[in-house]
Design a protein around this ligand. Structure first.
Ligand code: HAM
Length: 413
């Protein structure tokens, strides 16, 4: 016998069964609601990008380009990459229509992005990522607004301030430090790399790394808040955000960041990790255009957000989209059930009908398996009398009802 194919999805990606899709939809609509509240307009683009978008100087970090992209050659010989992030794409789109847009320009998108990473907790090969970016403003108020949007997204999921901490750093500060200490380009890059990995090593290893580079550790103890970070923290306090702190080790991996950068961390002991982050990038549209437009934004993935909610038992319960299932006593009632269903649908009720390929008991069992909450058996009696019995498949009770009462019963729950 021929070997059958596996039903498993490709390594590191997920299938979204109805319950998973409903959760994803909940994330997406929460993301959308907050972004729109702050005046951001939604955009979208194709998953496919020319590979060169990620190879241009300053576009990205090397690990991402060399080891983590899905790149292939199309039938016309072009090198194509599945986008590993959205920022180069949105920079391209902004550069293309720079003269048509008014600035500051507020844009958001929720793309799926692809990275060839080792799948682990919080890291997969495909995830959905809210991207919120503001272009064309140099004001620290723009950096603060981006962090405020991030904060409000957390709040919209029901998080309290002590559930997360916003750590704010500054690439400009690290660059100035490298200049002050006369580090060459290679050592400066090593310093950024060391800071980026600080959380993954113990204090002595970190300090040894600093010593190797000739950086006095007092320079990075967080006691002197750089001016850009202070200005942003000030704005945040003025809108009532108290859980943002300066952390000199926050630098973020991408080469394109130039200014204030931030990461949001979960404070839960079972999920003590970075949830998402972003920052300011001054030169990204410069890849396409002589005149650069400054941008600041963040990317927030669905996987880490799921984990944040899961450790707190804050995942919403699945609710089947179908209000009611019409089972049929015999094949003779199928047509009638179909026409009742059509009437109910016109009244706004979501209805599925059984075609009577199975016994009534099995019809009921199958509706319950698919988590449909209510069921009505359509038989000769119901058709003749116009009276129905609504069965609650979760709690088991039955409620008698006239045809006229049905839709308001379903629509009011
Ligand atoms: P990033 O830190 O690489 O930044 O990704 C942003 C967020 O996406 C991460 O913090 C995490 O929530 C999620 N994420 C990233 N990789 C994975 C993965 N393999 N599996 C699951 N989730 C993941 C960026 O991508 C920047 N382009 C964000 C940005 C927008 N900066 C300015 N504007």
């Amino acid at each position: 016998m021929k070997d059958k194919l596996s039903t498993e999805s490709y390594k590191g990606v997920r299938d979204f069964y109805p319950e998973d899709q409903q959760f994803l939809n909940y994330l997406l609509s929460t993301y959308r609601g907050v972004a729109k509240k702050f005046g951001y307009a939604e955009y979208h683009a194709s998953i496919l990008e020319p590979a060169e978008l990620y190879k241009a100087k300053g576009a990205d970090n090397e690990e991402l380009i060399n080891e983590q992209t899905y790149t292939f050659t199309d039938r016309g010989g072009r090198e194509v990459t599945l986008r590993p992030e959205m920022t180069p794409t949105v920079a391209r789109m902004v550069a293309a229509k720079r003269r048509e847009f008014g600035f500051p320009l507020r844009l958001f998108s929720i793309p799926n992005v692809f990275r060839y990473e080792r799948p682990q907790r919080g890291r997969l090969r495909e995830h959905w990522q809210l991207n919120v970016d503001i272009f064309g403003s140099e004001s620290f108020a723009a950096d603060a607004e981006i962090i405020q949007v991030a904060y409000e997204v957390m709040k919209a999921f029901g998080a309290e301030e002590n559930d997360f901490v916003i750590k704010v750093g500054s690439r400009a500060f690290v660059n100035a430090l490298a200049l002050e200490l006369d580090l060459n380009e290679e050592s400066a890059a090593k310093l950024v790399g060391l800071l980026d990995r600080k959380n993954k090593m113990d204090a002595s290893e970190f300090e040894a790394g600093l010593a190797d580079l000739g950086v006095p550790k007092e320079k990075l103890d967080g006691s002197n808040v750089p001016q850009d970070v202070a200005a942003v923290l000030d704005f945040l306090r003025s809108v009532g955000i108290e859980n943002a702190v300066f952390d000199p080790s926050i630098v973020r991996g991408f080469a394109y960041y130039t200014g204030v950068v931030f990461e949001v961390f979960d404070t839960h002991e079972d999920n003590n990790r970075a949830l998402f982050g972003g920052g300011r990038y001054d030169n990204l549209t410069g890849m396409f255009d002589n005149e650069s437009v400054t941008g600041v934004g963040f990317g927030m993935g669905d996987v880490t957000m799921h984990d944040f909610l899961a450790v707190r038992n804050m995942l919403p319960e699945y609710k089947a989209p179908t209000h009611v299932y019409l089972a049929v006593a015999s094949e003779a009632e199928v047509q009638h059930a179909l026409s009742i269903a059509q009437e109910l649908r016109s009244e706004g009720v979501n209805v599925a009908v059984d075609f009577c390929d199975k016994k009534l008991a099995d019809q009921i069992k199958n509706a319950a398996k698919n988590k449909v909450p209510h069921l009505i058996v359509i038989g000769q009696n119901e058709i003749a009398s116009g009276n129905f019995s609504v069965r609650d498949l979760v709690h088991g009770q039955e409620t008698p009802m006239s045809r006229a009462e049905l839709s308001s019963f379903f629509l009011n729950r």
